[in-house]
Design a protein around this ligand. Structure first.
Ligand SMILES: [Zn+2]
Length: 120
């Protein structure tokens, strides 16, 4: 996948927001990832450590929240979350239709600290 470019934009957005708020350092970045994005949290962490070096986001914690893909059965209307690689209805086996994307990828929030508020 394209974790590097994803990580770059997450970092850019966080730094921009933090600087706008006048923050001295980013402590934590809360990221929401849809299950269907195929983004690997481990890869994002790996790249983040590298590209955040020297920025105000260096050593920030990354927390991830997974959003499941939600489907509705085209025949019985049952609503279900995707089970590993299965897209069919657990009740009747008909194919499900995606109703909630699972393709989200955004920053839910960031925790920052300001000058003088660092405990070291
Ligand atoms: Zn069904």
């Amino acid at each position: 996948m394209h974790e590097l470019s994803v990580t770059e934009s997450l970092l850019d957005m966080s730094v921009e927001e933090a600087e706008k708020a006048g923050a001295a350092h980013i402590d934590e970045i809360k990221i929401v990832i849809g299950d269907l994005t195929g983004i690997s949290e481990e890869c994002v962490r790996f790249y983040f450590d590298i590209i955040s070096e020297g920025t105000i986001a260096e050593h920030a914690r990354l927390s991830f929240k997974r959003m499941p893909a939600v489907f509705r059965c085209s025949s019985c209307g049952h609503v279900f979350e995707r089970e590993r690689l299965a897209f069919s209805c657990p009740v009747c086996g008909s194919p499900g239709v995606l109703i909630d994307s699972g393709k989200e990828l955004y920053i839910e929030g960031i925790e920052v600290s300001y000058d003088g508020d660092k405990t070291g």
